[in-house]
Design a protein around this ligand. Structure first.
Ligand code: FAD
Length: 419
């Protein structure tokens, strides 16, 4: 019987991941249910909060956030501004974008204030299995965690790699996706680096590489675009969301999302810096161009481009974003088999509480975009997701079935549950 599955520990709510999405969910949940600390556990290989976020910001030397100060994981909308009062230069104009240091300190403070440190278990979830009721989470430390409800908040997806970059032979470190580049650890003086991508990440990497003495060729498949935010702010409220939510065709919703995100763009200040490097001769902005073929020969990349040009380079960096596709979530394979769900363009069709059909598994981040909209993966999307998930977690009437709830209560009252 599935419900007698041996488990090292039982919890009510298991959250997979301890990044900003999870932090937003947990603070919003505890705001409504102050005594629920014992019910919640988070799983993250780092064993602590915001590790992946911090690593990315350090690796790419990002000085401040792209999103304005109103977007953060605290249920108190003024929380970040209050902390900023004692800082000398907390924000970057326009729209008060928080510095990386302020945002990190704010999240640390949030973890302290809400007493969240001890909730994170240092383990990777290797598989989520459906029980009746609840789930068993197989962890990298060999243990199994039984959970009545699960929230998936495990990040941006997997690197999207262009077909020409697959299966190439090269020495280590010569071909990297942006998530593998760690600027502070690199010595690049005298090297030529081709960076592919027209989003802010490619801009940050280009600035960091030139700062280290490299010559950079920044290749964008369209003309470089300048945009303050990655998505039109109309997607944060009724201006666009009203029509989006009224759209009953999931394919149309998917098209709205693609059109709204519409590839990458640079912020005005990063594009200004890039253009200034072009004038100084340390950067080439190769717009409306794509790589067709690359081969590592004679200790360098030999590259053939769509505009007929050829390039040689010491390194190739792919700032080509992430693929968000529910079928990539291998840890959910057993859940998918037991509770098949429909997806459009890789995005699962969830209910309005961001719940997987047929079970108490909730999904945050980019995978929830068909319900939350194009900002689902961002900090603003995390708040929108928390506002949908929390009511379903705290109100038994919104649980999938009352029968399931009763069975769970019976099961946990017999075991060492923490309810
Ligand atoms: C460089 C960069 C800058 C960004 N800047 C902004 C910005 O300024 N404003 C904004 O709104 N958005 C921004 N974003 C978008 C988004 O807010 C971030 O990507 C954010 O980190 C997403 O939060 P998350 O919690 O989904 O993911 P993450 O921060 O990636 O956290 C997910 C966690 O899940 C863990 N995990 C993964 N798999 C498992 C598993 N199997 N078991 C256990 N744990 C697991 C990971 O280790 C990770 O710690 C930025 C994104 C990037 C890449």
């Amino acid at each position: 019987m599935a419900s007698t599955d041996p488990a090292s520990q039982r919890v009510d709510i298991a959250v997979i991941g301890a990044g900003p999405q999870a932090l937003t969910l947990v603070t919003h949940l505890l705001q409504k249910r102050k005594g629920w600390h014992q019910r919640i556990r988070l799983l993250d290989p780092s064993g602590s909060w915001m590790t992946h976020w911090q690593r990315q910001f350090r690796a790419q030397e990002i000085p401040y956030l792209r999103s304005p100060a109103v977007h953060h994981p605290d249920p108190d909308p003024y929380g970040l501004r209050r902390l900023a009062e004692s800082w000398s230069q907390p924000f970057v104009p326009p729209y008060d974008r928080p510095t990386t240091a302020l945002f990190e300190e704010f999240c640390r403070d949030l973890v302290r204030r809400w007493r969240l440190d001890s909730l994170v278990i240092p383990a990777q979830v290797q598989q989520v299995r459906s029980l009746q009721p609840g789930f068993a989470l197989d962890l990298s430390n060999g243990e199994t965690l039984a959970a009545r409800r699960v929230v998936l908040a495990r990040g941006t997806g997997i690197p999207a790699l262009p077909p020409w970059s697959l299966g190439l032979d090269h020495p280590p470190g010569r071909l990297c996706h942006s998530c593998e580049v760690d600027l502070p650890s690199l010595q690049l003086a005298g090297e030529t680096i081709v960076i592919v991508g027209g989003g802010l990440t490619s801009g940050h990497l280009a600035l960091g590489a030139v700062k280290r003495g490299a010559r950079v060729i920044l290749m964008t498949r369209r003309p470089a675009r300048e945009q303050l935010f990655d998505t039109d702010p109309g997607w944060l409220g009724p201006k666009y969301l009203k029509g989006f939510e009224q759209e009953s065709c999931w394919e149309r919703r998917w098209q709205f999302i693609q059109a709204a995100r519409d590839g990458g763009s640079f912020t005005p200040e990063v594009l200004t810096q890039l253009r200034s490097l072009v004038r100084q001769g340390s950067l080439v902005l190769q717009e409306s161009c794509q790589i067709q073929r690359a081969a590592w020969q004679n200790h360098r990349w030999q590259i053939r481009c769509s505009d007929g040009s050829s390039l040689t380079a010491d390194r190739l960096w792919l700032a080509t974003g992430y693929r968000v596709d529910v079928t990539d979530e291998k840890i959910l394979q057993p859940v998918m088999e037991r509770h098949p769900l429909k997806a459009v363009g890789g995005l699962p069709i969830l209910d309005s509480h961001l719940r997987w059909p047929g079970c108490e598994l909730f999904v945050m981040g980019g995978l929830a975009a068909l319900q939350v909209g194009p900002v689902a993966r961002n900090l603003s999307g995390a708040r929108m997701a928390a506002q949908r998930i929390v009511p379903a977690l705290i109100k038994p009437s919104l649980a999938r079935t009352v029968e399931e709830l009763k069975t769970w209560r019976k099961t946990v009252s017999q075991g060492n549950n923490s309810e």
